[in-house]
Unconditional design. Structure first.
Length: 248
């Protein structure tokens, strides 16, 4: 989904931009094959009532409001329901980033200047100086989103947000009594493991194993099972904390 043309709108300011996805899927893709002959499987759209294969032109969208009862929407009806600001990023307000729990962050996009871009870089500088992010709403593809725009190095990043009803956070109401000595040991252990976020060092170990296995299979080698380290679990919290600190 490259180069979506859009614009950032706030007050009477209009900034033409392009939207590009930042994240790419790193997973190794496998095809489903017939075990007997190793041929790829075809997916056929089939109506069990009429007992026939269905063409794309004969498919409509339906909402099941009761068991096996549907109301039908055609493409024109769904098109009429699309939000008006389909090609705009409409800013609602400016807020501190710390006010947003990261649990709401969904997907990020690069927002780049289109054309001469003076207004874009002025907007970047305003976000940088105020240390605020812009809360906005927009449509990407066919889905409506609330999102934030934040300054990152030299450009703007758009991050879509989950809606509150999409967050299934379980609240823990248990009232635990924490021993002060246990807490001090836990804090000491946390401090001893303090570090920096260095994403260039974090590799997808599982995907690396998959790719290595693919190369080995191509060369006719067998896949070896990696040995798992057996860590002794300690049930006593104080003992576990003290031993963890000694090991560290």
């Amino acid at each position: 989904m490259p180069n979506i043309h859009s614009s950032i709108n706030f007050a009477l300011v209009n900034i033409p931009v392009t939207i590009n996805p930042i994240i790419r899927n790193n997973d190794t893709s496998f095809n489903q094959l017939h075990k007997k002959c190793n041929q790829r499987i075809n997916y056929i759209k089939y109506c069990p009532k009429c007992k026939i294969k269905i063409k794309e032109a004969d498919i409509v969208k339906g909402y099941e409001y009761e068991t096996d009862k549907y109301i039908i929407f055609d493409k024109d009806e769904l098109r009429k329901l699309k939000p008006e600001q389909e090609k705009e990023i409409e800013i609602i307000s400016f807020i501190p980033l710390k006010d947003i729990d990261p649990i709401y962050f969904e997907k990020s996009y690069d927002i780049n200047a289109e054309g001469k871009g003076k207004a874009y870089y002025l907007f970047c500088e305003a976000l940088k100086k105020t240390k605020l992010v812009a809360l906005a709403k927009t449509v990407i593809g066919s889905k409506f989103y609330y999102c934030i725009l934040r300054f990152n190095n030299q450009n703007i990043i758009l991050t879509t947000l989950y809606f509150e009803e999409e967050i299934n956070e379980i609240k823990d109401n248990n009232d635990y009594k924490i021993n002060e000595k246990e807490l001090n040991l836990a804090i000491e252990l946390v401090e001893s493991l303090k570090g920096k976020f260095e994403p260039n060092k974090y590799k997808d170990e599982y995907q690396e194993k998959i790719k290595e296995a693919i190369e080995n299979k191509i060369e006719g080698k067998t896949i070896k099972v990696s040995k798992k380290s057996n860590k002794k679990q300690i049930s006593d919290l104080m003992e576990a904390l003290e031993k963890s600190l000694k090991k560290k």
